[in-house]
Every structure is written in structure tokens, then in C-alpha cells.
Design a protein around this ligand. Structure first.
Ligand SMILES: [Zn+2]
Length: 63
């Protein structure tokens, strides 16, 4: 019985390769944006961990 459980792990090589290649998608949860073959990031443009230049929240509503 135990023998059937063991060894069933290495079966089925449906794992996507790790290299940057064809058909990679954004690593963001639920995002299916295709990544460029030359884009080594894990996220698409929208989810890339970039620091957005925070614009000063200066509201000019003086009157
Ligand atoms: Zn994304």
C-alpha cells in the first residue's frame, strides 16, 4: 500500500520551465498578462514593483 504512494511524485512533467521564455505570465495573482520574452521580470508592466514618483499632494485650491 505504501509503495503506491511513494514514487508518484516525480511523475508528470507538466511543470513550466523556469527560464525566461515563451508564454510567461505576470506573477501577480490573477493577472494573465503575457510577459515579453526579453522581460526578465516576473510581473507585467502594471504590477512591476516599481517605485512610483510620489507627487507631492499639494492641492492648489486657493482662491
Ligand atoms: Zn500583472
Amino acid at each position: 500500500m505504501a509503495d503506491t504512494m511513494k514514487g508518484a511524485k516525480l511523475r508528470g512533467g507538466i511543470r513550466p520551465s523556469r527560464k525566461y521564455g515563451e508564454g510567461r505570465v505576470c506573477a501577480h495573482k490573477g493577472c494573465n498578462t503575457r510577459l515579453s520574452q526579453y522581460n526578465r521580470r516576473e510581473y507585467c508592466f502594471a504590477h512591476a514593483p516599481v517605485r512610483f514618483p510620489r507627487v507631492r499632494g499639494r492641492v492648489v485650491t486657493e482662491s
